[in-house]
Write a protein that binds this ligand. Structure first.
Ligand SMILES: [Zn+2]
Length: 462
């Protein structure tokens, strides 16, 4: 066989087998890739920017939906955020791979992907810290090793320590009574956060996100809230204490879905650390304040976990394909998790949509609200629940619901205008609901003790 024919055949084979290239993408390359995917799948994608970094780089999001740019009632919104720490680059590359994969499989009429894209609105932000990435990538090129080079944004700020601290308020409220959701931002919050953080806060306030994951590196574990420890116990030189949310069992399940669908995360031993099932409560690992995942849970309807995906924060290019194959199924399964629990419309007697109606589940001290279209989404594990919808000037409505393991159960509410003089006063948009249920005390399991005992290596935060 002539060399030319051989090269031609190899090229053909490469095109058939590996249409996706595995390489690190600098900023221009990243932007090109997002638009390339959009051009290949123009009817189910949209590229938009949520703002700019300190150095003026756009924070681009690629959206997948059968109606890009439009919220369809009862269709949940879900997001992935990568590269918040500029030197933790695997998430950025995985999200680009995921974008190409979703587009390609949609075009191939892969029924699982078609159903996902048609029933879900997926937002992908591959890089929240494009300035930090460029610093980290330049250091790699010059072979400068530094564990933290490029971690922060261009102002030297760690973006995962830059969100308003709402934990202090929720821990106070849990003890003394008060709102259990949608805690308000401080008045001057914009002056207290970096441009990237501000862009993300405005983004997550303008969509009714239900589920999210924030992709990091430096360990291999699925980390769920809270990240900030309630207790001030110090272990070694760090504060660590399991600090569960009222949705602890649900968060553990979400984290396990990722770790078990991942090639090796669930095995527990990775990067010299041991995490049972490949998951951990954030604060039980190490306490951090002003993180993004706690903020999502406390300020919005969004349930976010943090995925630590690689021991090496900047893996070599040759490792990217193996990493993609190890994460692909987990990335898809996690998106599918948004379709569980209950969802429905909240309307008045004349079928007008009620926005910001509060949905409370008995026994779980964390409410969610209906979005701009009157639709709500409440992630729940299978079980029987007492669910109440309330809205100012309307009588509450309570129903009993049994949730199965499959698709979410449709539970609509039609509230009657209150006639009693003791009608509830209009509450502020950020205040919580009445009739709070105290959070269940969750005892750390024996496994957690083991986890803590085995955690010897105290490395720089992931
Ligand atoms: Zn990180």
């Amino acid at each position: 066989m002539s060399d030319l024919v051989s090269i031609f055949l190899q090229l053909l084979l490469f095109k058939l087998v590996a249409p996706v290239t595995f390489r690190h993408h600098r900023y221009d390359d990243l932007v090109r890739t997002l638009y390339k995917v959009h051009n290949e799948c123009p009817h189910v994608t949209r590229v938009y920017s949520i703002g700019r970094s300190v150095k003026g780089r756009h924070l681009y999001v690629l959206e997948f939906s059968d109606y890009p740019g439009i919220h369809e009632p009862l269709e949940p919104e879900v997001k992935y955020v990568g590269n918040m720490h500029g030197n933790e680059v695997l998430g950025r590359e995985l999200l680009l791979q995921l974008s190409e994969f979703l587009c390609e499989e949609f075009r191939n009429r892969n029924q699982r992907i078609v159903r996902l894209v048609e029933g879900t609105r997926i937002h992908i932000l591959p890089s929240m810290n494009p300035d930090g990435y460029e610093v980290a990538a330049a250091a790699q090129d010059r072979d400068i090793s530094g564990y933290l080079v490029g971690r922060n944004n261009a102002n030297g700020v760690d973006l995962n320590r830059n969100f308003p601290d709402l934990n202090t308020y929720i821990y106070y409220n849990e003890k003394n009574g008060g709102p259990n959701h949608h805690l308000p931002l401080p008045d001057n919050w914009k002056n207290q956060v970096e441009p990237e953080t501000q862009a993300v806060i405005q983004w997550i306030r303008s969509f009714n996100f239900v589920l999210s994951a924030n992709l990091h590196g430096g360990a291999v574990v699925a980390n769920y809230p809270y990240d900030k420890s309630l207790e001030h116990r110090v272990r070694g030189f760090r504060r660590t204490a399991n600090t569960p949310t009222p949705d602890d069992t649900l968060f553990q399940k979400l984290a396990k879905v990722y770790s078990y669908a991942h090639g090796w995360m669930h095995q527990g031993w990775n990067c010299g650390d041991y995490f049972p099932d490949g998951i951990t409560n954030g604060a039980s690992w190490y306490s951090l304040s002003k993180g993004m995942q706690d903020f999502n849970y406390l300020h919005t309807n969004c349930f976010e976990i943090t995925l630590e995906l690689s021991c090496d924060k900047f893996p070599r290019q040759e490792e990217l394909q193996r990493e993609w194959l190890g994460n692909r199924e987990a990335l898809i399964q996690f998106l599918e998790q948004v379709h569980q629990g209950i969802k429905g419309m909240v309307r008045d007697e004349n079928y007008n949509n009620l926005v910001d109606a509060v949905i409370s589940v008995s026994g779980i001290n964390h409410d969610v609200t209906s979005g701009d279209h009157g639709d709500y989404f409440r992630l729940l594990l299978p079980g029987t629940y007492t669910v109440t919808a309330t809205a100012p000037k309307f009588d509450p409505e309570t129903v009993s619901v049994t949730v199965g393991p499959g698709e979410p159960k449709l539970v609509n509410f039609q509230l009657k205008r209150s006639t009693s003089p003791a009608a509830p006063k209009r509450r502020g948009p950020n205040s919580g609901h009445r009739g709070r249920v105290l959070p269940k005390k969750v005892q750390p399991r024996a496994a957690r003790k083991k986890e803590m005992m085995m955690k010897q290596s105290q490395r720089v935060p992931a």
